[in-house]
Design a protein around this ligand. Structure first.
Ligand code: ACO
Length: 322
């Protein structure tokens, strides 16, 4: 049996940090409201001329070094993002070329905040099928470029960043199971109204902003994530007690706490970065994973559950041994 296993991770966060105090100066909000309702204290915001590919390249270099691989070793690039540099070419081709990776399969996929989980699950299948030997998997977002900085309902939530993982085949257990799902009936609860083939005239107008019915998103997120987490464990025949770590999507500390409760896990066994990163959409899980690995909490052989939920709605989980 061939497993796919994480060989190295990396992250990149833009230099500029925006605190809750900074937001108090631009919208009618307070540090107290943001912290108690969301857990966010600060977020990184990319520069106007900074793109997702640039952040991915920096995160990828760190992951490649950690994994001990060079550009020549990589034979596939998959990026989960909602904010690619351009509509085409797909952002993975830009990353592949800039990193000096030889011509290979390179594509991006869009599943909002679940983008990285979808990308990792896809890479896992290519490796298990014997069709890839070293995959660069990325989750990245310049989501603040879609933010309306006059809308207090959404501008306090989001941040930018990129997370990278090198995935390789292994005889030892790595990814055990992936569960992906989506249900488009919820599209109106969380969306960005301007695209490449619809509502183009609204681009650049005040109507082009993240539309979110926050409290409804919250309810479905808690319910769905709780359900898939338990389903994932059940399918793998693993009990909640056996889990070493939960690495959740970092949208809101209250959603994370609800998940931990559902899994009967103390918060000491949950990697939480929402206070420092905000909701970085597809970047949030790989960056949290990298934080936990680099500060020594996540160790080889431990059993880890990663999960995410986002616009669509989309959702997904990955159960793995590190
Ligand atoms: N500062 C102060 N007050 C605010 C702010 C703010 N920044 N934002 C909203 N409020 C007010 C609202 O106007 C409302 O006031 P009202 O009662 O007078 O109308 C009040 O606070 C409560 O609003 P709710 O929406 O009910 O607050 P809630 O407790 O639900 O928290 C939040 C809002 C933080 C958005 C929460 O619902 C949430 O986190 N939802 C999930 C978001 C999410 O997970 N998104 C997922 C992925 S994103 C993606 O896929 C790209």
């Amino acid at each position: 049996m061939i497993y796919s296993r994480i060989a190295g991770t990396g992250r990149y966060l833009p230099e500029r940090i925006m605190t809750n105090a900074d937001l108090e100066k631009i919208v009618d909000t307070s540090d107290e409201w943001i912290r108690t309702r969301t857990g966010v204290e600060r977020r990184h915001v990319c520069a106007p001329d900074q793109s997702v590919s640039q952040m991915c390249i920096e995160a990828a270099k760190v992951a490649m070094e950690a994994a001990g691989v060079t550009a020549d070793d990589i034979d596939m690039v998959i990026t989960g993002t909602t904010t690619p540099d351009l509509i085409f070419p797909n952002v993975s081709t830009i990353i592949q070329h800039e990193l000096g990776i030889p011509a290979c399969t390179a594509f991006s996929l869009e599943a909002a905040c679940t983008g990285f989980i979808y990308a990792l699950s896809t890479a896992d299948k290519f490796i298990k099928a014997g069709e890839a030997k070293c995959v660069l998997v990325l989750g990245a977002e310049c989501i603040t470029k879609l933010v309306d900085w006059t809308d207090r309902n959404t501008c306090v939530l989001f941040g930018d960043g990129a997370g990278a993982v090198i995935l390789k085949p292994s005889d030892e257990q790595g990814i055990i199971s992936c569960h992906l799902g989506a249900d488009g009936q919820y599209k109106d609860l969380l969306y960005y109204p301007v695209g490449a083939s619809k509502n183009l005239a609204a681009a650049g107008t005040p109507d082009a902003k993240i539309m979110m019915t926050g409290n409804e998103v919250f309810k479905v997120a808690v319910k769905t994530l709780g359900r898939i987490a338990l389903e994932t464990l059940e399918d793998a025949g693993i009990s909640r007690e056996e889990l070493d770590w939960l690495v959740p999507h970092q949208a809101n500390i209250r959603i994370i706490q609800a998940m931990a409760k559902r899994l009967n896990m103390p918060m000491e066994k949950v990697i939480v970065t929402v206070q420092d990163h905000g909701n970085t959409s597809a970047a949030s899980v790989p960056m949290a994973l990298d934080v936990g690995i680099r500060d020594g909490r996540l160790k080889r052989g431990q059993l880890i559950l990663m999960e995410a939920f986002g616009g669509g709605f989309t959702w997904g989980s990955v159960l793995m041994r590190l």
